[in-house]
Design a protein around this ligand. Structure first.
Ligand code: FE
Length: 212
């Protein structure tokens, strides 16, 4: 193993970006990949990674009961129907968790920042913060209230801890007053934060309630 020939220093003060660059340089040095190959994979992945994908998925579930059943039963199969590719450099399984009047779901990665990037876009800074990762587990109701989601005592809260192999997406409740709306218009109500579980879709979202 050629890596073993190198002296290994652990410098916790080294910024993460520098450590990643050093790792990539070593991988390239042994011919496992090239800078161009890495850039290409990243570009293709990030070009399509957007909360619009998650919104499209949930809007379809709102209007089509059979699709919602499939999404909750086998989210990966539901993604295939919409031709959304969640696999990138490694296979990832998706599980959809549905909110109701009596149950509120919220997602976190207590270890780092795992999350379905293909469906939600890059994770926000607060999602990666130690404060969110620890508090949403210890005191989810207080944490959610700070995001503006207040829950009655009769509402159960479930916190889903993501891993590298298993990611979650929240299926929020469809707001009242949206009967007859098209999928596209419904999708405009569904924000990244609602898909994480720290917001509720609302007709108050700027522009969303306006007639097309
Ligand atoms: Fe993580």
């Amino acid at each position: 193993m050629r890596f073993a020939e190198h002296e290994h220093h652990h410098q916790s003060a080294t910024p993460m970006a520098q450590r990643v660059s050093a790792l990539i340089a070593r991988i390239e040095a042994v011919g496992m990949t090239s800078d161009a190959e890495i850039s290409d994979v990243l570009e293709r992945f990030l070009a399509s990674a957007s909360p619009a994908n998650g919104a499209k998925l949930v809007a379809r579930a709102w209007v089509e009961p059979a699709f919602k059943a499939l999404l909750l039963e086998d989210a990966s199969a539901a993604l295939e129907r919409l031709a959304i590719d969640m696999s990138h450099w490694a296979p990832v399984r998706l599980q959809a968790v549905e909110n109701s009047a009596l149950l509120h779901n919220v997602i976190v990665c207590t270890l780092c920042s795992c999350y379905p990037i293909a469906l939600l876009g890059p994770p926000p800074t607060w999602y990666k913060s130690e404060a969110y990762r620890s508090r949403v587990v210890r005191e989810p109701r207080a944490m959610l209230a700070e995001f503006g989601v207040t829950l009655g005592s009769g509402v159960e809260v479930r916190v889903w801890d993501s891993t590298a192999e298993l990611r979650y997406i929240v299926v929020p409740e469809r707001p009242v007053g949206t009967d007859g709306w098209t999928q596209e218009r419904l999708a405009s109500l569904i924000t990244r934060d609602a898909l994480i579980g720290v917001a509720r879709p609302s007709l108050q979202v700027a522009g969303a309630g306006a007639d097309p």
